[in-house]
Design a protein around this ligand. Structure first.
Ligand code: IPE
Ligand code: IPE
Ligand code: MG
Length: 229
């Protein structure tokens, strides 16, 4: 059964299209990532009023280490800047920030910033922002399974993964794939794919995705409600 701890939704976003957005404007890819950070700020600000309680965003996949070193280091610097710059705003807006994914391969200078931001925002109750960095869903499942006993249940694995089931998954940038993001948690997620490039994403796009989500009937394997009588 889907796990829901409250009425608010768990939305997840694959924030894709930064590079293409920049290239189309004759800009370096990193300019797209900087504009993407602004889009994330707008989205975080809009999410609570639209009924989102948890927002998990894909910022850097474990496969993204294969990108050119200049792009990787620019992204790591951007995480540093973003976490430091947004911390005060997150506290003010009641946003709790967690970073999910592996930490042992991140630049060491990032670790105190991540831990500092998590601690400083831990009392935030309006929105739980989960930033996936060096994240691979397959790796997360393998690590969670390794920590469990042999007869583990679905609930045990869900708990070991540390997140609730996703209600709505949005991917920007036009691709229609999951790219190793929240494979277990999205078992019954509604999927919304939009051609909007991530740097152009704003509250109106989030509202449209949520309207689409609310117009769908989630059946979880059973029959339509009308047929149940
Ligand atoms: C998503 O945008 C951001 C990261 C993966 C870090 P991309 O950088 O993948 O942008 P495109 O897909 O090349 O346009
Ligand atoms: C997925 O996007 C990862 C993030 C958005 C952080 P990618 O651009 O890396 O995915 P693929 O390569 O198109 O599948
Ligand atoms: Mg991409």
């Amino acid at each position: 059964m889907p796990q829901r701890t409250s009425d608010s939704l768990h939305a997840a976003i694959i924030m894709d299209g930064n590079g293409r957005w920049a290239t189309a404007r004759g800009l370096p890819r990193v300019a797209g990532h900087r504009a993407g950070a602004e889009a994330l700020r707008r989205t975080v600000e809009a999410a609570p009023d639209l009924g989102v309680g948890t927002l998990t965003v894909y910022a850097f996949s474990s496969d993204n280490w294969q990108r050119p070193p200049v792009e990787v280091s620019a992204l790591m610097k951007l995480f540093h800047v973003y976490l430091r710059r947004e911390q005060a705003r997150c506290i003010e807006q009641g946003v709790r920030v967690s970073v999910v994914g592996r930490r042992d391969r991140l630049p060491r200078m990032l670790l105190p910033v991540i831990e500092g931001c998590e601690q400083a925002t831990e009392r935030g109750r309006k929105l739980h922002l989960r930033l996936a960095v060096d994240y691979s869903s397959r790796d997360a499942i393998v690590r969670a399974a390794a920590r469990l006993k042999k007869q583990a249940t679905r609930d045990d694995l869900s708990k070991a993964l540390g997140g609730e089931d996703v209600d709505l998954l949005i991917r920007t940038g036009g691709e229609k794939r999951l790219s190793d993001f929240l494979l277990w948690e999205c078992a019954y997620a509604e999927l919304v794919f939009t051609p909007v490039m991530w740097p152009d994403f704003d509250a109106s796009h989030l509202a449209a995705a949520l309207a689409e989500f609310r117009s769908r009937e989630r059946r979880f394997g059973t029959v339509p409600k009308v047929a149940l009588g």
